[in-house]
Design a protein around this ligand. Structure first.
Ligand SMILES: NC(=O)c1ccc[n+]([C@@H]2O[C@H](COP(=O)([O-])OP(=O)(O)OC[C@H]3O[C@@H](n4cnc5c(N)ncnc54)[C@H](OP(=O)(O)O)[C@@H]3O)[C@@H](O)[C@H]2O)c1
Length: 293
């Protein structure tokens, strides 16, 4: 049985879609919001990982299954404000530690980390064994998660910026905002001089599920899933505009040095993830930011 915790999120929804379409596995999907969930083959269970009773009851439910293939997605991104720091710490670190402590073994278990564990500009893509230099608290929390995962025999995938249409009618992604704003005649600014190995949610979800089924992949504690190209958000937005027949003149390039609105803290120009290992493991010649739905 596949267990996806955080199944209502962007990546979570694409994992559920791929599991439903491409496998006949049983699926247990945990989310904070299950009131609109469509059951079918998927069994949805409510879980707020910050609530001990809720987390305990989810873990008991999982422990009753024999073959557990687990994906842990819960994360809190905004680590800036004082109150948020408390929620972030407990979502990103405490809940994960408690969950692992209560879990009675698993067949395979993957957690998600980020390219933000690197902060030094580099033209050379970062391999899985490169020295880390976390950008902010969110990245420091992800490194704590990576350390707990290593201690518990859990695998990690590191992901770059992901983009794609939200599969939830209740939650919009930045990708959806680009399309909607453009159709409403609004211009949007995008960095043209900050590059990442951007990938789409669907390709990332597909690759993660293939890794989980790969015996060869189990030998690697950390694997990067990332696109082949160094793309700026401006490059990505232009591709989206062309794909959806939008007005490309409303996709406005901005340089990081001129920006005072988009990011409050300084961000590195080029942070790329080396995807050689994942392509070798999945026998793929390329891994691209795809706009196919
Ligand atoms: N998006 C990116 O570019 C990116 C890049 C690198 C790594 N990642 C990692 O990928 C994973 C998935 O992120 P995403 O992009 O899919 O964003 P997302 O939709 O915001 O996913 C975060 C998930 O965490 C869940 N969550 C947060 N607090 C929770 C709580 N107290 N109890 C239960 N669930 C909780 C959310 O559930 P709700 O739906 O109930 O809010 C959501 O499913 C995260 O671990 C993130 O750090 C994302």
């Amino acid at each position: 049985m596949y267990v996806v915790i955080g199944a209502g999120g962007f990546l979570g929804s694409y994992l559920i879609k791929n599991l439903t379409e491409k496998t006949d596995e049983e699926i247990l999907a945990a989310s904070r919001d299950v009131k609109n969930a469509v059951e079918g083959r998927i069994r949805w269970v409510h879980c707020d990982v910050l609530n001990d009773t809720s987390l305990h009851s989810l873990t008991q439910r999982i422990n009753r299954e024999r073959k557990r293939k687990i994906i842990w997605l819960p994360a809190f991104f905004n680590t800036c404000k004082a109150y948020d720091r408390y929620v972030a710490w407990n979502t990103n670190i405490t809940a994960y530690a408690k969950f692992i402590g209560m879990l009675e073994g698993f067949e395979v278990f993957y957690s998600i980390s980020t390219d933000m564990v690197f902060s030094k500009d580099s033209d050379i893509p970062y391999r899985e064994d490169a020295a880390v230099s976390p950008l902010n608290d969110y990245a420091r929390h992800k490194l704590a998660e990576e350390a707990m995962a290593a201690a518990a025999g859990i695998h990690i995938v590191r992901l770059p910026v992901m983009m794609g249409r939200s599969l939830s009618p209740y939650k919009k992604h930045f990708f959806d905002e680009i399309i909607e704003n453009n159709r409403r005649g609004l211009g949007m600014k995008f960095f043209m001089d900050s590059w990442r190995s951007i990938i789409d949610f669907n390709t990332a979800a597909e690759a993660l599920l293939e890794l989980m089924e790969s015996r060869e992949a189990s030998a690697y504690r950390i694997v990067n899933i990332a696109g082949d190209e160094a793309l700026s958000k401006y490059d990505a937005a232009l591709r989206i505009a062309k794909k959806y027949d939008l007005d490309t003149s409303r996709i406005l390039p901005v340089s990081m040095k001129d920006d005072t609105e988009i990011w409050k803290e300084r961000r590195p120009g080029k942070i790329l993830l080396d995807n050689t290992l994942v392509k070798k493991l999945l026998h793929r010649a390329e891994l691209k930011f795809s706009l196919c739905e």
